[in-house]
Design a binder for this molecule. Sequence first.
Ligand SMILES: Nc1ncnc2c1ncn2[C@@H]1O[C@H](COP(=O)(O)OP(=O)(O)OP(=O)(O)O)[C@@H](O)[C@H]1O
Ligand SMILES: [Mg+2]
Length: 248
Amino acid sequence: MSFLTRHSPQRIADLVFRDATVANIIDDYAQGLRDNHLLLYGPAGSGKSIAAQIILKTQTGDLFGSAVAQPINPRDYSFDDFNPLLNDWGFQRTHGVPRGYTVIDEVDFFSDRMREKLRALIDSTKLGTIIATTNNLHKLDEPLKDRFRKLLIERPIAADWTARAQAIFAAEGVSLSTQQVSILLNGFDGSARELIEWLEDYTLGFQKQPLSVKGPNVVASTPCGIAVSPGKTLINGRALINTQGSRR
Ligand SMILES: Nc1ncnc2c1ncn2[C@@H]1O[C@H](COP(=O)(O)OP(=O)(O)OP(=O)(O)O)[C@@H](O)[C@H]1O
Ligand SMILES: [Mg+2]
């Protein structure tokens, strides 16, 4: 199993958000306290799809992942209307789910015609909730956007990631203090995918050079937060800090 898969968030508590209000709203959805249609938008790798999936999972329980409760992507949606969603919601509801849920990833990839049909579906029933994600809010027409609660998911910054990164290191057998993890993440401003890559790089680096990197003083005392012994500037074959001091 890949590092990314191994550390894919399973619960709302595993998710990291830049904004506490956004975190609370996502949590409300997972708990079923809010159920108006939700549109998560923002930059790549900010956690939109995984947040939508976790809401779907918490709401549909054992059905999650089955044909009636898995995220839809326009690129492989083979129907020419949204009637199948009504069937999914009916099936979910007969299996104890209070209301239907559908996740549509990258909703902007649906054609104009399909987006009109989505609007029509939303207006025709109150039996389900659609949770859509997009990188391209500007590509969606106003009437469609207006039918959703719109939530900007920004990328978390390094400080937001510290606790999650520490937990991932611990799961990999690398025990680091909060301060040490903060130093390692100093300057990080990438996507969640890049964050996981960094953590994998560091984990492999620690596993390959345990004597030079495991001592708390070594990690804590390195000026730019790079966890290697003097003279070693590569982890997993790649430089993590370039000459300007920013990484990769
Ligand atoms: N809090 C987190 N902890 C660990 N991994 C995370 C976290 N948030 C996101 N990820 C991981 O980062 C990857 C990207 O997240 P996700 O697919 O949700 O991003 P996205 O915002 O939908 O990106 P895109 O706009 O490119 O579709 C996923 O593999 C996800 O498991
Ligand atoms: Mg996505």
